[in-house]
Design a protein around this ligand. Structure first.
Ligand SMILES: *Cc1c(COP(=O)(O)O)cnc(C)c1O
Length: 414
């Protein structure tokens, strides 16, 4: 490739069809934010919405707002919007609980649909909460189901007649590697198994077509690419064909067919609402809706095109500028199997290098033991940001700035 210049990146920004979205976000001045894959940024409209939901709906409306502000329908209303982002239909998605809790509800319900089978299949190195929740489900089921993890390249062959459920994260949080959702779902169905996809690093990042590939179940995160705010509720998807048989273990009153009839006996709601448990976190879900509305207004194909171009250019810059400094590329160069991030490895000093970068207000993150992650969020990231990030990295390495003691102190959250 010809030598890249900052002007080349500035020109791409001038031609970028998504450039106008950046104004909708409240980025702190002078910052380059490459961590929207972990916590998305604040939409400007969320500030006004937060005031409204707290001061008006809660403050003035009080309990009446369950009806007058339609709080009661938030899970479905926001869920239906997310459905449009993931290739699902209205009535197949709700916003509720956290991603971890949603995984427990759906995985427990899914294995009940395959009573003669004992295996849940996943990969080692999956996002920790996914494995921990499945380990909890093993205990909850007194060993009737067991978790089996096999290397991602061996998943297809490991799906067999004893497999009840395959649980995979579509885009891997550390490497950005993306599974072939269609192929794995097809193989699982051929063997009579079900699949649950964790879309935490996919929703709002890559085009998804759950119903086209015949997906069974999915869960996902509200505070990453959807910009829902810290601790925003998660979402879940159940294909319409499974809903009538689905029985989830957290059978709380919001999942009841008639929540306010106050009867003693549980009777699941007829549709997707049966996956709800308790009261919706109204403030968080209202702010999530703001982020979802912005994402829905963007063209996902344009988002994907820009994201992939950013990944390709970032990799080219790393090769051009960081060659001598001991970085390795963890993410694939093949766009077909890469999500919306590029991860680098630095065996000795990854943590300190990331701290030095963050001290310059260029924010990526570090994942133990040696991974530096750079997430690309096409709605608010500019091409020149990539140039400036790698330029700063080259300077940090050339001057050994990372070697300062303040960059080696461990923090509670990396
Ligand atoms: C971020 C993330 C989660 C988050 O789960 P929480 O319950 O919100 O803490 C789960 N799974 C994956 C793959 C993630 O990336």
């Amino acid at each position: 490739m010809t030598t890249l210049t900052r002007e080349h990146f500035a020109e791409l920004d001038r031609q970028d069809p998504l450039a106008g979205f950046r104004e909708q976000f409240d980025l702190p001045p002078g910052h380059i934010y490459l961590n929207g894959n972990s916590l998305g940024v604040l939409p400007k409209a969320a500030k006004a919405r937060a005031r409204e939901v707290v001061e008006q709906e809660w403050g003035q409306g009080l309990i009446r707002s369950w009806n007058s502000a339609d709080w009661i329908h938030i899970p479905r209303r926001v869920g239906d919007k997310i459905a449009g982002l993931i290739g699902a239909a209205a009535g197949e998605v709700v916003v509720a609980d956290s991603t971890s809790v949603n995984l427990f509800k759906l995985a427990a319900a899914a294995v009940e649909l395959r009573p003669g089978r004992s295996k849940i299949l996943s990969e080692p190195g999956n996002f920790p909460t996914d494995l921990y929740i499945l380990q909890g489900l093993e205990r909850f089921q007194h060993g009737r189901v067991r978790l089996n993890t096999v290397h991602r390249n061996e998943i297809l062959d490991a799906i067999d007649e004893d497999t009840a459920l395959v649980v995979l994260t579509h885009v891997h949080y550390k490497s950005g590697a993306m599974f072939d959702m269609a192929a794995i779902t097809q193989r699982a169905h051929d063997k009579g198994a079900l699949v649950l996809w964790d879309l935490s690093h996919s929703t709002g990042a890559v085009p998804l077509a759950l119903n086209r590939v015949g997906a069974d179940f999915a869960i996902g995160c509200g505070y990453k690419y959807l910009n829902g705010g810290p601790g925003a509720p998660g979402f879940l998807f159940v294909a319409e064909r499974h809903q009538a048989q689905l029985q989830q273990p957290l059978s709380g009153w919001f999942g009841h067919a008639d929540s306010f009839a106050m009867r003693d006996d549980y009777e699941p709601a007829p549709g997707i609402e049966r996956t709800l448990c308790g009261t919706t976190p109204v403030v968080g879900a209202s702010l999530l809706e703001v982020g979802v509305d912005i994402m829905v207004s963007a063209d996902m194909e344009q988002v994907r095109t820009k994201s992939l171009q950013m990944g390709e250019l970032f990799i080219a810059l790393v090769e051009q500028r960081l060659g001598p400094y001991g970085f390795g590329l963890v993410s694939s160069k093949d766009p077909a199997v890469r999500g919306s991030q590029v991860s680098l490895r630095h065996e000795q000093e990854g943590f300190a290098i990331m701290q030095a970068l963050i001290a310059r207000n260029i924010i990526g993150d570090f994942r133990a033991p040696d991974i530096l992650r750079f997430g690309f969020t096409p709605l608010y990231l500019r091409y020149v940001d990539l140039w400036d990030c790698v330029d700063a990295l080259a300077d940090i390495m050339a001057t050994a700035e990372w070697d300062r003691p303040e960059f080696k102190r461990l923090t509670a959250v990396t």
